[in-house]
Design a protein around this ligand. Structure first.
Ligand SMILES: NC(=O)c1ccc[n+]([C@@H]2O[C@H](COP(=O)([O-])OP(=O)(O)OC[C@H]3O[C@@H](n4cnc5c(N)ncnc54)[C@H](OP(=O)(O)O)[C@@H]3O)[C@@H](O)[C@H]2O)c1
Length: 280
């Protein structure tokens, strides 16, 4: 079977550069979303930012009053989502960045039903529901872009992150399928997979485990810059980190090798993940 060219067609160029973009960013009160909001407002984009912490959103508006408006919303709540969708219509948004997300470190055996429901609700269900609700509007725009923030753990099943991995694997499938479904429209679909990033999402135990394993940890501003460049260069998928790209490729070609490598790390992972202290 001959594969068609994977290059972006010319019609997908970002029209009007960043000042021509009206962007809804979810998770803008958090580390990566806020760094993205700052980077995009500095480039002249107009932003509708969302999160639950109103004070963090207000601080963003104070810094970029001509570029940012905010709607505080819990995306797992249907009424809140409706308010946000109405605001996105009113702002005539032509880009959505799905950056809201959550994690709960812990071994799967000690995860409760409500932990699973809550994580799937915010990482997966709310992301799909918000994207679907905005799709008719995006399809009517001259050009629109949907960007979903996944993770290295959307390609690499990792001990102590079972439910999180399940949601991030699903988000990668969602983005790939939606991109193919919309391939003959003017809506571009992108998927970005950061590696470990220094934000409030990671517990002190996770930070300590990353340090003990020698895992690279990015600053949110570096992740934001990589996302900005990916959009400018028309990349459909971006996985951040050379070592992480190697490891996830190895995982898809030769999962048994990765199983054995992670088995050697398992005692250390178990010690950090189950510890009540920041460093066990
Ligand atoms: N940090 C990492 O190591 C890492 C690595 C790879 C991928 N990622 C992904 O990057 C994205 C951003 O994560 P981050 O590191 O910036 O985490 P973060 O600092 O904890 O920020 C998470 C954001 O999601 C929002 N959020 C969580 N639950 C929500 C809900 N029910 N309704 C509305 N908003 C909600 C938070 O809002 P409030 O704080 O206002 O509640 C916050 O703005 C996530 O999708 C994450 O999975 C992170």
């Amino acid at each position: 079977m001959r594969l068609p060219s994977l290059r972006w067609p010319r019609k997908n160029r970002l029209p009007g550069g960043w000042p021509g973009q009206r962007i809804l960013i979810t998770g803008a009160s958090g580390g990566i979303g806020m760094a993205l909001a700052e980077a995009l407002a500095q480039r002249g984009a107009h932003l509708l930012v969302s999160g639950r912490k109103q004070d963090a959103l207000t601080a963003l508006i104070d810094r970029f009053p001509n570029h940012i408006t905010a709607v505080s919303a819990d995306l797992t709540n249907a009424n809140d989502r409706s308010r946000l969708i109405s605001a996105a219509h009113a702002a005539n948004c032509n880009m959505l960045i799905n950056a809201a997300g959550s994690n709960q470190q812990g071994f799967f055996e000690s995860t409760s039903d409500s932990d699973i429901e809550n994580l799937v609700a915010i990482n997966l269900t709310a992301t799909l529901q918000l994207t679907r609700a905005l799709l008719p509007h995006f399809m009517a725009c001259p050009q629109a872009t949907i960007i979903t923030i996944g993770s290295t753990l959307g390609r690499l099943g990792y001990p102590g992150q079972v439910t999180y991995c399940a949601t991030k694997f699903a988000l990668r499938g969602f983005s790939q399928a939606l991109r193919r479904e919309l391939a003959d429209t003017r809506v571009r679909v992108m998927y970005i997979a950061p590696r470990a990033t220094r934000t409030a999402m990671n517990s002190p135990q996770t930070e300590a485990l990353n340090a003990a394993l020698g895992n690279a940890v990015d600053m949110p501003s570096a992740v934001a810059l990589a996302i900005v460049r990916a959009v400018e260069h028309r990349r459909e998928e971006l996985q951040i980190g050379r070592q992480e790209r190697f490891f996830t490729r190895l995982n898809s070609l030769w999962p048994g090798a990765v199983d054995r490598a992670l088995l050697r790390q398992l005692p250390m992972i178990r010690r950090f993940v189950t510890s009540k202290e920041p460093t066990p």
